[in-house]
Design a protein around this ligand. Structure first.
Ligand code: TYD
Length: 202
């Protein structure tokens, strides 16, 4: 059997990434692939405590960036690497691309600082594949509107999400082998068809 893969899902809030992730994970399971589904920030008991703070508590932008990577360090060492070593695929709802997009693009933390944290936390580990759910911000915000309790990020203004989106797209252009853009404004069945096409290449 081929090596276990590390696959991440990314996109602005409201892009439909979690729905796509659930479909994709189920399709992999049906093929008999052993896998775990996890998320960031979070994925470990400590990481989930950090998530609670990150999503609710106002803080300095660099504290936010460091806590994202602190949670990630725990996640990489306790969950992601051990699973991959045992031949178990890892599907993560967000990873470091989100820190570049949200803390870098959205908040304005310098890229060089985020690159330092990335080297520190997972120098020798990158996702094998990243599915970037891309959608016009206006459309994403319409989808979020039905959500009753918005977290600290979801409450941000449209311009914030425009910056987040642009960083995601720039990273997709820089790493076309790893990052595949999914046109998420399409219908669920069209999105699932794209996911199915990707699955057949794995
Ligand atoms: P999200 O996947 O949107 O959770 P949910 O679908 O349950 O709302 O993730 C939570 C938020 O965390 C999201 O708004 C993006 C933010 N985030 C960052 O700002 N930086 C990061 O590095 C990560 C992993 C997430």
């Amino acid at each position: 059997m081929s090596k276990a893969k590390f696959i991440t899902f990314e996109g602005v809030d409201g892009a439909g990434k979690s729905t796509g992730l659930a479909w994709f994970a189920e399709a992999l399971r049906q093929r008999g692939i052993p896998l775990i589904v996890t998320r960031e920030p979070g994925g470990t008991p400590l990481g989930e405590q950090l998530r609670e703070m990150l999503l609710n508590q106002p803080m300095h932008i660099e504290t936010e960036a460091m806590l994202m990577f602190a949670a990630r360090r725990e996640h990489v060492e306790k969950v992601i690497r051990p699973a991959l070593q045992q031949g178990i695929w890892v599907i993560s709802d967000r990873f470091s691309d989100a820190s570049f997009a949200y803390q870098g693009g959205g908040r304005g933390v310098p890229l060089a600082k985020l690159e330092q944290l990335e080297r520190w936390v997972h120098e020798d580990l990158q996702p094998d594949l990243t599915l970037l759910f891309d959608i016009p911000i206006e459309e994403a915000r319409k989808r979020l509107a039905s959500n009753l309790s918005l977290d600290r990020f979801e409450q941000e203004k449209g311009e914030f999400f425009e910056r987040v989106r642009q960083v995601y797209l720039a990273r997709a252009t820089q790493s076309p082998q790893r990052i595949v853009v999914i046109h998420a404004e399409k219908t669920i069945s069209e999105v699932n068809q794209s996911l199915s096409d990707i699955l057949s290449t794995l």
